[in-house]
Ligand binder design. Sequence first.
Ligand SMILES: [Zn+2]
Length: 305
Amino acid sequence: MTRVLRDGRVYRGDMGASARKAHRTRRQDVLDQGKTLSKRTFGAEIEYHSEGAVTKGVVAERLEAALGEHVHVTGYHGQSCLRCGGAVGYDKWKIEHDGSLHGSGHGLASTTGEVVSPVLTGQAGLETLKLVLATLRDAGAKINNRCGFHVHVGARDLDQDSLARLVTAYSVHERQIYSLLPRGRRTNRFCYQWSSYFYRRTPDDVQRIAKNFLGGHGGWDKYTGLNLSPYRRIGTVEFRMHSGTLNFKKAEAWIQFLLGLVDASVDATDGLATTDKLWDYLIREKYLPKKTGEVLDARVAQYSH
Ligand SMILES: [Zn+2]
C-alpha cells in the first residue's frame, strides 16, 4: 500500500514499527523547534510606506542585494517591470503600487508600495520572508494603520469537500481569528468579516454562498477577510485581515496558523469546526507547533483591551 501524505511525501505500507516510530519522532522534533511541517505554498503581500530618499527604486535595490536576484517594480497590477521592462509573473519578488495607501505617485520615486512575494513553500519560504522583512526594516520602510499584510494560501489541491470544511471552519471561528489582530482590523473596509459583510444572512447562507463560489457559481467581493475570489483565477484563497507588519515573529505565527488550517481542512478532521479554540486543536493534531500557539495567545491578550 502506497499513499501520498498531506505534506507530499509518499507513505509506504511496508514501513516497520521502528521506522514508523522514528518518523513520528522526526516530525515531533520539527514541531518542537517551532517550525511548520506544512509543504503548502503561500504568498505574502507586505504593504509599507517610507520617506524621502527611500523610494520604491531604492527599496527594490536593497531587496535585490539581499536576495541575490532581480526585483521587479510595477504599477497597480502592472504586467511589465518599470526597472527591467520585462513581463512580471509570480516567479520573482516585486513591488507594486497600492491604491489603498496614501502616497506619492506610482513610479520608482514613490514612497509607498506593496512588496509581493513569488510562490513560497512551507518553512523554507518563511525563512526567505524573514530576510525580506529584515531588509525592509533596515532600508527604512515603515508600517502605519492603513497598511495590511495579506497572505495567499495555495488551495488548488483541495477538493469540494475540503473547501467546504475550510469555509465552515473559517465561518465558525471568524471572530476568534480576528481576535488575533488589532481592533481596527475588525471594522476595516478592505477586509470585512463575513459576518458583517453578509449581515442579514444566516451563517448557513454565507457558507452556502462561499461554497457555490468555489464550485464555480456567483461572485465574491475581494475586500473580505477570507477572500475567495483568487481561487477561480489562480487557485489560492487570500487571508487579508492581518495588520501591516515587518515583524517576522508575528508574520511567521500567522502564516503557520493559516497553513495548518488549510492542511487540516484537506484531511477529514471533524473537530475543526466544533473545537472551542482553533489553534489548540491544530497543535493537538500536529498541524502547528506549540510555540506558535504561545505567540498567538500573547497576541489575543495584547489586543483584548
Ligand atoms: Zn524587473
